[in-house]
Design a binder for this molecule. Structure first.
Ligand code: NDP
Ligand code: 2IT
Length: 449
């Protein structure tokens, strides 16, 4: 195992997020490797950590001042053992190969857990949609698709949204794909309802995450009702996690963006959440304005030089990190434990550092890794693909019912698998092993690919 980490780190020395994601999986799948000594000869680890294909391309576009801008576009086609590559596109200035490879790697296991036939991929650009006009975003998306279209397709690779890519961007990307290919297919998910989108897809990641948390608590005959919850982020995942938490009677006291966070001791209610949705989705403003609107809330500006995030330093029962990777470090994890938090359910991808995860496991918190607890988004993307193939639309209740069942099934798989491999109650081990076994079995069935 250390051998394979050495190989990966020496091959791509700068890719620290990718190394972190691989290390987290390798640390937990050892029992599978021990039971299957032939995996070594078949170079399973070497194959599963190497993308099937990496596409990098130039994205030139013209801004509103007539100035030519150049961004970098990517698509990592990580693994297609169990279905077409599937995974989001991220537009954020921090995007690079390391971040997208970690996301694509996680996606492979996550998609396997959903029970649907989807391989893993991820893509995006270092383009920053913040502060850009709709026209600029459209020109960028059109240029991005002018290269990406030749690599994707409804049976090949099906992108969707992620940070910085929502319904607006998916619309512009779809329009250009349709024009270039002259075909109307489900090549992207997260489409708007009127032209092939699925009900519940916008809600799916946040709702699914809360369904997963409810399942964890139910194993101890507890529920979310009356629980104080810390949520980070204020985007797609955070908004719908908060919506479902409110519906289930929890008291949500925080939300954040990259500039800072609000703490509202009285709780974010339905009306306040409507304000956040308008603020973020329509006006594209900052979370600071919440505390200007609701005087009972306190706003704290982010301090990039601080060694911890004060959002995680409040008395609470549950924490839902829904912003970005590595937003909970070891110090934050200790703060959560000392403040009485007993459940951490990840809406974001890899929001906890390896040190933070060790602290959660050591203190026996309910800890759900993102690849299990945030799989509801890609699961409903899979349901969107199914509806597109059949050219029909399921009602809201049907999609929500299927989402709930998928989250229950992932929860059950994590618990059963962790028990089977002597790690009872360790959702991280359960998720990693179950995803790994499914993908590896498929790879072996298909020969040396
Ligand atoms: P959005 O772009 O809608 O929202 C992202 C939120 O996180 C914003 O509040 C943003 O603040 C904040 N954020 C982003 N980057 C940083 C950063 N570097 N530091 C601090 N805050 C940051 O994205 P989503 O809600 O879709 O995604 C959130 C997380 O959930 C990501 O980890 C994503 O990979 C994961 N995820 C998303 C799924 C989906 O279906 N959308 C599915 C599964 C996982 P600001 O506006 O200031 O940048
Ligand atoms: O990280 C994720 O699972 C997503 N961004 C959603 C991917 C998808 O294809 O819906």
């Amino acid at each position: 195992m250390t051998e394979i980490m050495e190989l990966i780190t020496s091959r791509d020395p700068g890719e620290k997020e990718f190394h972190q994601a691989v290390e987290e999986v390798l640390e937990t799948v050892q029992p599978v490797l021990d039971r299957n000594p032939h995996y070594r000869k078949l170079a399973i680890l070497e194959r599963i950590t190497e993308p099937e294909r990496v596409i990098m391309f130039r994205v030139p576009w013209v801004d509103d001042q007539g100035q030519v801008q150049v961004n970098r576009g990517f698509r990592i086609e990580m693994n297609s053992a169990i279905g077409p590559y599937k995974g989001g596109l991220r537009f954020h200035p921090s995007v690079n190969l390391s971040i997208l490879k970690f996301l694509a790697f996680e996606q492979v296991f996550k998609n396997a857990l959903t029970t649907l036939a989807m391989g893993g991929g991820k893509g995006g650009s270092d383009f920053d949609p913040k502060g850009k006009s709709d026209d600029e975003v459209m020109r960028f998306c059109q240029s991005f698709m002018m290269e990406l279209f030749r690599h994707i397709g409804p049976n090949t690779d099906v992108p969707a949204g992620d940070i910085g890519v929502g319904a607006r961007e998916i619309g512009f990307l779809f329009g250009m794909y349709k024009r270039l290919r002259n075909e109307f297919t489900g090549v992207l998910t997260g489409k708007s309802l009127g032209w092939g989108g699925s009900l519940i897809r916008p809600e799916a990641t946040g709702y699914g995450c809360v369904y997963f948390a409810a399942e964890m608590l139910a194993t101890k005959d507890e529920s979310l009702e009356g629980k104080t919850c810390l949520v980070s982020g204020a985007g797609n995942v955070a908004q719908y996690a908060v919506e479902k938490l409110i519906e289930l009677g929890a008291n949500v006291v925080t939300m954040s963006d990259s500039s800072g966070y609000i703490y509202d001791e009285e709780g974010i209610d339905e009306e306040k959440l409507v304000f956040v949705k308008r603020l973020k989705n329509v006006r594209r403003g900052r979370i600071r304005e919440y505390a200007e609107e609701y005087k009972e809330a306190v706003y704290t500006e982010a301090d990039p030089s601080a060694d911890h995030n004060p959002l995680w330093d409040h008395k609470a029962d549950c924490a839902f990190p829904c912003a970005t990777q590595n937003e909970i470090n070891g110090k934050d994890a200790n703060n959560l434990v000392h403040n009485g938090v007993r459940l951490v359910c990840e809406g974001a991808n890899m929001p906890s550092t390896l040190e933070a995860i060790d602290i959660f496991l050591e203190h026996q918190l309910f800890y759900a890794p993102g690849k299990a607890s945030n799989a509801g988004g890609v699961a409903v993307s899979g349901l969107e693909m199914a509806q597109n193939s059949m050219r029909l639309n399921w009602p809201r209740e049907e999609v929500d019912y299927r989402l709930q069942n998928i989250m229950k099934s992932i929860h059950r798989t994590c618990l059963d698998t962790s028990a089977e491999y002597g790690e009872s109650g360790n959702y991280l081990a359960g998720a990693n092993i179950a995803g790994f076994v499914k993908v590896v079995d498929a790879m072996l069935d298909q020969g040396l690919v």
